[in-house]
Design a protein around this ligand. Structure first.
Ligand code: NAD
Length: 492
């Protein structure tokens, strides 16, 4: 029995604002079922939300940090209570398996708690007594933050912005992606209810709303997660008023498997498979190309297929035996298919992985059976593009110099992983251009919210998570009280 579609409103200045136009969000498992409707806000409504956040900032910036922590902790408690229901909603609108949706809530809460526990330390003013007097350094809120999030991890990639922005004294206007707008809106509503009107605002829509959120002069900082192409237009839109920015973008994360990796280590093989296919491969930090030392390549591929056939179980996200659900949307299905077809047409071998548990859903839902691509060229699109779906190429390499070059020639550098004997792997990791490198694990399995996360090169600007992810929402203000008030070399 399908559930009744839910309806989401924008939140502007503490009020839920219904809109004339709404967009349906379908269930990727059963695309005929509408999970809910999200607003298509206009430019005027977006401006109202920005104005509300701007007005609220005048007093919110002076709020006491203890009050902000207390409000956030109340929101976290309510979010914990709501998680079982909201994880189901996320799973239905997104397509990720229920355990995966619950995991996303768990990561979000972990981060929000970390942010509450660390914000005081991060914004504590520094007072320095020195030979020329005294200097006070404060870490002040920036202003109105526009937060724009993608569809693949809508809850964690929104709370990763909202928690530090509010705790450091900023106000916010958040816009989620139209491909997964529902559960995140419920999360933002829970948070907004704990804060004064105007401090947390929510609008919906796509590029038009996004452009206002990135060009309006009242926006002081942009916190964006999404594609590199979108980020390029955001940088242009923001340049007129020189906004502060954190950009978390695409990646073409590689896994490098050294000759001393133990192919008979079943747990490690399982971790490798998960690092390629969790969330049907739709994670910025998924391992999207695997390079294996030629001396162990054949054995690796054989054991990999065995491990993949065990772990990958495709079907209904609500089936507790399912590990991989459908892809989130049709556009992504077509894109991933086109990359696999292109590789095939150039002579690559495509091997289907895993079991289909719910065959009756395959034709209508946005399902793709996961695939392994062997024999692709190092520079084929399946290798150098971000697939963002359930397919992965495995390629042999001959020596470390070659594999490090292959890794570093990418325009991206988000995460990466090196698999093998730990000291050896760390030695290789030190030569890799990436924001994070994990040893003997990859993707969210190696994520730690206590430490900064972000990309080098075209994978991003700045860092989220960790204390750095809190400081990114502050401006440094130096108050100098020098003893020597005048410079000796300036003539009378
Ligand atoms: P996207 O760039 O298409 O959309 C992201 C957000 O930007 C959406 O909310 C969208 O509505 C909005 N948007 C679109 N055009 C805009 C414009 N002109 N101005 C302002 N906002 C605009 O990305 P997506 O398809 O939602 O997400 C997938 C991409 O996100 C992948 O490239 C993935 O690697 C990346 N990603 C990166 C990270 C990270 O932490 N580095 C995490 C998750 C996803």
């Amino acid at each position: 029995m399908p559930n009744e579609p839910i309806k989401i409103d924008a939140i502007i200045n503490g009020e839920k604002v219904p809109t004339k136009e709404n967009a349906p969000r379908e269930n990727p498992t059963h695309p005929d079922e509408i999970v809910g409707y999200a607003p298509l806000n206009t430019k005027e409504e977006t401006v109202q939300a920005i104005d509300a956040a701007y007005e609220a900032f005048h007093s919110w910036k002076w709020s006491d940090v203890d009050e902000r922590i207390e409000r956030m902790q109340k929101a976290i408690q309510k979010l914990k209570d709501a998680t079982p229901e909201l994880a189901k909603l996320l799973s239905r609108e997104h397509g990720k398996a229920l355990y995966d949706a619950e995991g996303e809530f768990a990561i979000s809460i972990m981060w929000m708690e970390f942010a509450c526990n660390h914000v005081k330390k991060v914004i504590e003013p520094e007072i320095k007594e020195h030979e020329n007097g005294k200097t006070i350094i404060t870490f002040d809120p920036i202003g109105v933050v526009s937060a724009i999030s993608p569809w693949n991890y809508p809850i964690s990639l929104s709370t990763i912005k909202v928690a530090p922005a509010l705790l450091t004294g900023n106000t916010i206007v958040l816009k989620p992606s139209p491909f997964a707008p529902l559960a995140v809106s419920k999360v933002i509503e829970i948070i907004a209810n704990e804060f004064p009107p105007g401090v947390v605002n929510l609008v919906h829509g796509d590029a038009e709303v996004g452009v206002e959120l990135t060009s309006n002069p009242k926006i002081a900082k942009i916190a964006f997660t999404g594609g590199t192409k979108t980020a390029k237009s955001i940088m242009k839109a923001a340049s007129d008023t020189i906004k502060k920015m954190t950009l978390e973008l695409g990646g073409n994360d590689a896994a490098i498997v050294l000759e001393d990796f133990d192919v008979n280590d079943e747990r490690a093989m399982r971790r490798m498979v998960i690092s390629n296919f969790l969330t049907a491969g739709q994670i910025c930090m998924i391992a999207k190309r695997v390079y294996v030392h030629r001396s162990i390549y054949d054995e690796f591929v054989e054991k990999y297929i065995e491990a993949a056939n065990k772990w990958i179980r495709v079907g209904d996200p609500f089936n507790p035996d399912v590990t991989v659900g459908p892809v989130n949307n049709k556009r992504q299905v077509e894109y991933v298919k086109s990359l696999v077809e292109d590789a095939k047409s150039k002579g690559a071998k495509v091997i289907q992985l895993g079991k289909i548990l719910d065959p009756e859903l395959m034709d209508n839902g946005y399902f793709l059976q996961p695939t392994l691509v062997l024999g692709a060229d190092y520079h084929d699109p399946i290798v150098v593009e971000e697939q963002f779906g359930p397919t992965v190429p495995i390629l042999p390499f001959d020596d470390e110099k070659q594999v490090i070059e292959l890794h570093n020639e990418s325009i991206y550098g988000l995460t990466s992983s090196v698999w093998g004997e730990v000291d050896h792997a760390v030695k290789v990791a030190r030569q890799i251009e990436a924001g994070t490198t994990m040893i003997n694990t990859a993707a969210v399995q190696g994520l730690d919210v206590r430490f900064p996360f972000g990309g080098v090169k075209q994978s991003g600007v700045g860092r989220e998570y960790g204390e750095e992810g809190l400081k990114a929402y502050t401006e440094t203000h130096v108050i100098n009280i020098p003893k020597n008030l005048e410079l000796p070399y300036i003539p009378e």
